[in-house]
Design a protein around this ligand. Structure first.
Ligand SMILES: Cc1ncc(COP(=O)(O)O)c(C=O)c1O
Length: 425
């Protein structure tokens, strides 16, 4: 079946890939001189902003995003300009403008003063875990599907402070049941609940609003590893009562590597001691008097010389994402991932591991072919020039496919054909 007939046969021909354009807002797509309008294939133009070679299928945005062409040019031009008169420090006007837009990305009511610009989700996780006054015997609830970044960060606290970890295996059949799983682990020693907003293993979305309410009602800190969410879906941290949130913008926001965000709600700012500090962390200090005032905002978690070029790139990528529209991007991505689910459902021997419930699944879909070894499956993808990610976490032995704004139905056809071949071989 050719692609058009395949898509039409699923009754989705008028879905996101073909209908989202009319909703696009905010004028021209940066760097392209192109203003989206009715009936224009904006996603085709978007694809041209990236440098994927002909025949290569990139389906691992959950691992790392690709930076748009115009953002790379901007960073490179700016680098040349800056090197003509090297100046220490960074432009605080631009820096704070980025914080304002990063705050907006995290939902209504989030303020720039609650944002610090950091290198990655890994750094954010460490700032949270090292900064909280956790003590020997304090309990932290997390899931068995976390990325190494959170596992290692938590185990470091076990080693350093003697905290105790309590884990739940995410319920993939009933998303809401995860609230009960968390609640069952709470006792009077529980100080922190910390897991992923969107699971790296299966793309599962967690019931964060319900768990946020639960944590707040019990006086427990609630932190989310958001590495996989911003840039792919709308966020509402205030609404969900999240105390601490961190993400890497080099994934779904398509920013240069080593750019990320930490959010600390203003009400809990003083709960978190800044551990790594330096110039910019303070609001004044005096060595003779032994006095140090932390910066009054989340800037207190920033320190020393920054690579502001990367953050200029981050801001340009974020503007690009905002111009296309988060909801439109989500619609586009999930249109592809829904087609992918339906397509894999028709391949015998292919088992889907991502949630069945619409509300809890997303544009990252995980599957396995139980009759084949994971290394054999990965080799087959590699031979076909298709980049996907193996999932070892949670003992899944599976493959994760991420769909983002540069992916299209040709990519979909290629991966479905490859899975079919692997299953039949
Ligand atoms: C859920 C999750 N947390 C943290 C990370 C680590 O991201 P980084 O290496 O950008 O800090 C990843 C990376 O894939 C992830 O999926």
């Amino acid at each position: 079946m050719n692609r058009k007939r395949f898509v039409a046969s699923l009754g989705l021909i008028t879905g996101g890939v073909l209908s989202g354009y009319s909703n696009l807002r905010n004028g021209p797509v940066p760097g392209t001189g192109f203003t989206p309008g009715n009936g224009v294939d904006v996603w085709k133009t978007v694809r041209e902003e990236f440098s994927f070679p002909e025949g290569f299928v990139y389906l691992n945005t959950g691992g790392i995003g690709s930076v748009p062409r115009h953002v790379r040019s901007l960073v490179s031009d700016e680098w040349f300009r800056l090197e003509s008169n090297p100046t220490p420090g960074h432009d605080l006007v631009k820096w704070n403008a980025l914080k304002k837009d990063a705050a907006a990305l995290l939902g209504q009511g989030v303020e720039a003063s609650e944002i610090s610009l950091i290198s990655s989700a890994t750094e954010g996780i460490n700032i949270i875990l090292n900064g909280l006054p956790l003590q020997k015997g304090d309990e932290v609830i997390t899931s068995t599907h976390e990325h190494a970044a959170l596992n290692i960060g938590l185990l470091n606290q076990v080693k350093r402070k003697g905290i105790v970890l309590r884990t739940f295996e995410p319920d993939r059949n009933s998303g809401l049941n995860n609230v009960n799983l968390v609640e069952n682990l709470i006792n009077k020693r529980t100080r922190l609940i910390f897991f992923s907003h969107r699971m790296t293993t299966t793309g599962q979305l967690m019931p964060v609003r319900e768990i946020g309410n639960l944590a707040r009602s019990k006086g427990i800190w609630f932190a989310l590893d958001g590495a996989q969410a911003p840039g792919s879906m709308p966020i509402g941290l205030k609404d969900w009562k999240v105390d601490f949130y961190t993400f890497s913008s080099h994934k779904w926001v398509l920013a240069p590597r080593r750019t990320g965000v930490l959010y600390v709600t203003r009400e809990k700012l003083d709960d978190l001691t800044p551990v790594t500090v330096g110039a910019y962390s303070d609001n004044g200090f005096n060595l003779a008097e032994g006095k140090l005032d932390y910066n009054a905002t989340s800037q207190r978690f920033e320190y020393g010389t920054q690579n502001e070029l990367l953050f200029l790139g981050f801001h340009a990528s974020l503007r690009y994402i905002n111009t296309l529209g988060i909801s439109e991007i989500r619609e586009h991505n999930e249109h592809l991932s829904e087609l992918f689910r339906t397509g894999t459902g028709e391949i015998s021997g292919c088992e889907l591991l991502s949630p069945e419930e619409r509300e809890y699944r997303s544009s990252m879909i995980t599957f396995r072919i139980p009759s084949k070894t994971l290394s054999g499956v990965m080799d087959a993808f590699s031979k076909e020039n298709i980049h996907v990610r193996p999932v070892g976490e949670g003992g899944l032995n599976a493959v994760r496919v991420s769909f983002h704004l540069y992916n299209n139905t040709d990519d979909l056809d290629r991966i479905l054909a490859c899975i079919k071949n692997i299953s039949n071989s």
